[in-house]
Design a binder for this molecule. Sequence first.
Ligand code: GRG
Length: 304
Amino acid sequence: MREATTISEYIASTAAAVEDALQSALPAGWDVPVKLREAMMYSLNAGGKRLRPMLVLAAAEAVRGERDAADAAMPIACAIEMVHTYSLVHDDLPAMDDDDFRRGKPTNHKVYGEALAILAGDALLTHAFYCIAQAAKNGRISAGTALAVTEDLARLAGAPGMVGGQAADILGEQGVTSLSELEYIHLHKTSDLIAFSLQAGGRAGGATDAQLEALARFGSNLGLAFQIQDDILDLVGDEAKLGKKTNSDVERLKVTYPYLIGLEASRAEVGRLTGDAKKALLSARLAKPERLLQIADYLMGRDH
Ligand code: GRG
């Protein structure tokens, strides 16, 4: 990867490097049904901010203080993007959110049908673990790092993590009334993969236990701030679509932070959580924390 100076340059060059690596992540020589490979690559290549892989690479570099650390962490970066992509493909299915479009393109099941979309998601999830194992096999990361990252990913993407958060969201769809219920959903549905990304990058960079703990706290706070910011952007977008909001319009909107505590308090919460995240990170005494701090500020100010 080329050295970037500004944060926008860093985000663009990191996303390009991840996209490049994703192209060869599913071995060309494997005998995979053409439509399945196509469905997997369709969603992997459908754009997206590549936030989670960027956090893996930035955390590795922050811990080790050298760019080489990011190259070693690239297979983990690809793995987390595969897990994230599977979750979006499944989330868009008729049984879940029933969405026709994602990132401005028809959703996977709209193009390939429901059965293939389910299988493409399943295959992306399982392939993520293959990528981590391969990274150890070919010496990019140690076997110990691969083992720890595998355990973290299984937990944070699984029942006590993202899947649990999604289940709580679905089970409580009409009944989420308290901030603590909403926080549980956000913490697991969104923050856990973000915290994983930071810890996994940290592990690849050789972080100490105290640094891993600080990276996880940075990740949880950042993840919550990211989700609230997402809800704010959704609401502001909906308001723009609806024109001036009436009470019945509000009732049709999802139960979110802005719904429960209002727009201004939600904005303040994003600021508070980002501040807490940065404080946690600074306590870790990383070799080069600047890029992660810049990413936190960038996410707080994002408009998409
Ligand atoms: C189906 C097990 C399962 C989980 C689904 C990711 C998810 C959980 C649901 C998608 C809906 C949603 C709003 C989730 C919260 C996390 C989130 C903000 C996802 C979108 O992440 P971005 O903004 O997406 O990083 P891009 O498109 O940029 O990759």
